[in-house]
Design a protein around this ligand. Sequence first.
Ligand code: UT7
Length: 321
Amino acid sequence: MGTRIIGTGSCLPGTVVTNDDLAKIMDTSDEWISTRTGIRERHLAKEETTAGMSAEAAGRAMENAGVTAQDIDLIIVGTVTADNVTPACACEVQALIGADHAVAFDINAACSGFMFALHIAHAWLQTGVYRTALIIGAETLSKIMDWSDRSTCVLFGDGAGAAVVRADERGGLLAFDQGTDGVRGRVLSCPNRSNNNPLVRTSKELQYVHMDGQEVYKFAVTQVPASLQKTVEAAGLNVGDIDYFALHQANIRILQAVAKRLKVSEEKFPVSLDHCGNISAASVPILLDEMNRQGLLKPGMKVALAGFGGGLTWASAVLEW
Ligand code: UT7
């Protein structure tokens, strides 16, 4: 039994913030941000919430898939910025869309969150326990950024992407790989939790995202092509057989470096980071939805997906559309 993506959807907040807008409030420039990263603008949440954007993206994915909320057995949201510690974002999505009999929970695998959710859903669909799952990557990263640190806050954006996946005898997901390197995980961190325990004397001050960009960059340009190569081979294919590589959108230079290492044309690497920035777990499903709605994805095409980042975590998958 395989797992097939049968519908996609996405939702971005209404407010667009350009690099020039950021240059008005901090010491940065459009020139630095666009040449170092490829990012030109990002959407930032004002009234929008992680759960609200997730539900919107989910609704569009269900419509695209031709299923209703009553068909959904399982909802998994990959996020590091759920609106609450509890209830989970997935539980709020369940209530918002009316998926009455679905089981719902969140996972925290940072920028690999959607990919890990896809693999969890796949494992459960294989067993026959569930038939149809809604997997979502969603973030409001703007609320955990250090807006006085220009080396991180200019990189990230807010939004949500969703996919409906269904057990399918004809295949779909051909192979996947995933991994974690917790020893090096602190190169991208966000404590951001106050400790309310009266027995523990801790600072109430929240600490925001900190990233050693160059270490994460080195990790990405070695681990991602290695994982993709392994997954493509496990699917019985060569990298040349892959029609598109839909990767986590952190930096255009990472996409170019991965293309170079795999000896594949950069044209096979669609880009959304120019108008979205890095949206962690939401990057891959938003990109996939854009590709789907632009009509790039045709039945039978081979598509490779990859997420990588905080944790450190990485995951890749090869699927037949
Ligand atoms: O989603 C999780 C995965 N994340 C990633 O994959 C991120 C991977 N890392 C990267 O994409 C890159 O390392 C960055 C885009 C984060 C940084 O690019 P870089 O080429 O490694 O720049 P850098 O950190 O070495 O900084 C170079 C210079 C520094 O100035 P000096 O020390 O050379 O004078 C920074 O202070 O650029 C300066 N700088 C800025 N200048 C203007 C850093 N941020 C900015 C900024 N505007 N926003």
